[in-house]
Structure formats: C-alpha cells, structure tokens
Design a protein around this ligand. Structure first.
Ligand SMILES: [Fe+2]
Ligand SMILES: [Fe+2]
Length: 270
C-alpha cells in the first residue's frame, strides 16, 4: 500500500532568529521530523515525504542549509516544491545533488509508486506572492498525466487553486487555476490535489477532484473571514498529512505535530 506524508510551510529562518519575531520554526520542524520518525512503526512503511513549499522565509542559501540540516534526521526520503517565500535558483542549487531536482526550468518532478504517482508542480511566481503555473509546468503536468493512463495521481503544489474566505491570502492563491483544471480534466485516473500556503487544514473540490490544503508545521494563518481582516498568524498547533491508497481510493489523515499522552486501552469497552 502506497503512503506518503506531506508537510508544508516550514519557513526556516537564520539561526537565532524567530519567524516574524514570534515563531521558532526550526524547533517546530525538528519536532515534526521527530513525530514522523516516532510514528513510523505504527503507520509504516511510508514511501516518501513531500514538502509543499515555503521551506524557508527568505530563500537564502543559509536558510536552505538549515532546512536540510533539520531534515537530515528524517528516516524517510523527501522531495520539495517551492512556495512564494522560496527562491527558485538558490533552492535548485541547494538540492543540486538530488537526482529529482531539474537542472533547468521550473522545479517540477514526478515519482511513480505501486498504487499512485506523485506529480510535483512549481507554482512560484518570482517577486510576487501569488502562484502561477508557467506553460512549461502545464506541459509537464499534461505529459505526466497522459503517461500515467488511468493510474491515480497525487498532484502537489504550493498555492491553493480556490478562495477560502481569508481575503489577504485569497489574493495570493493560484492565479489562472483554470489552466490546471483543463489539464487535470484529461486524466482518466483518480486525482488528489495537495497544497499548502494557508497553513491550515482545508478541503474543497477543484476540477472534480478533492484538493486538500496542508497545515503548517509551526503556525497557522489566522482564520478571520471578516472584510477588514489583516494578514496575520496565530500560534495554533502544527500538523501534517498522511495520504494513502486504501480500498481503491485516496485517504488523508491529519496528524498533529508533537508527542501526546497515550495510547491508553479502552478498558471495559467491547
Ligand atoms: Fe507559508
Ligand atoms: Fe506561501
């Protein structure tokens, strides 16, 4: 049974700094890695971890080095995608040793497992917060899906393709998402869309497929749907997602970051 874990929006900053002066994102990523490693005997085997963007806060080589140092303790292979806080060329350079990292063009990749394939798309718009899929990425998606036939696919990227009522974030979601919808509509197999950027667990339909937004590992975008709401963070618990293929369909589990008391047997319950 194929399983992958998705983490997102780790927002690593230089050592000694807090993201936005508030959040120790490195400690949260270390706790996320520890959570995954601790859970593996209960949920494994897991085939891959994907990181759906905003690995770093500023996209500097120093921040990518710190991200990789923290991820080095992970007992699973992982692949990354860029978010609006990342920078394409420093990120490409930082992962130059990875065989899956494209040497040129957008940071798109594909990996095939027994039950489904994972297609990673680069939605980064350099010097802008919103997302776009360049023509090369749309072609990559079309070619990847056509090559899969009716095999199911998880398609991952950073920017959500729909609005969620948080105005400041909706303005910077995936623009021209209809182009992606057109490419997805040509696929005969099941599709699960997974993204990040909102630092919240949100699910909705897009182009006939379920799109699941992943929580951040360290902090949330504030859930405030009022018209005059500012753009802010709230220190809600971090989380991640486990996507698996079970009984001929995708299933997604939300897993909080951290260690919690238990398990306790349900004594007396039959
Ligand atoms: Fe983010
Ligand atoms: Fe983002």
């Amino acid at each position: 049974m194929t399983k992958i874990i998705q983490i997102s929006d780790t927002h690593i900053v230089p050592e000694g700094a807090l993201a936005y002066g508030q959040v120790d994102t490195a400690a949260a990523l270390a706790e996320t890695v520890a959570t995954i490693n601790r859970l593996l005997p209960q949920i494994g085997p897991v085939d891959l971890v994907i990181v759906t963007g905003d690995l770093t806060e500023h996209g500097t080589p120093e921040e990518y080095d710190r991200f990789k140092m923290l991820m080095a303790d992970l007992d699973l292979p992982y692949r990354v995608l860029p978010g609006n806080h990342d920078r394409r060329e420093p990120m490409r350079e930082s992962f130059a040793d990875a065989q899956w990292m494209p040497r040129t063009a957008p940071l798109d990749w594909q990996i095939d497992f027994e039950d489904f394939a994972v297609v990673g798309l680069d939605s980064l718009t350099e010097s802008a917060a919103h997302g776009t899929l360049e023509p090369a990425t749309l072609s990559f998606l079309t070619d990847a899906l056509s090559g899969l036939g009716d095999k199911p696919a998880i398609v991952g990227f950073h920017h959500p393709p729909f609005a969620v009522g948080i105005r400041a974030m909706d303005a910077q979601n995936l623009h021209d998402a209809d182009s992606m919808g057109t490419a997805l509509s040509l696929h005969s197999g099941q599709v699960r869309l997974v993204c990040g950027h909102l630092h919240r667990s949100i699910a909705g339909l897009f182009s006939g497929s379920l799109c699941q937004v992943c929580p951040g590992t360290s902090h949330a975008v504030t859930l405030d749907q009022r018209a005059n709401a500012g753009n802010s963070l709230t220190k809600e618990p971090g989380g991640m997602l486990l996507h698996e293929w079970r009984d001929d369909g995708f299933l997604t589990h939300l897993i909080p970051v951290g260690a919690f008391p238990g398990p306790y047997p349900f004594l007396g319950v039959s």
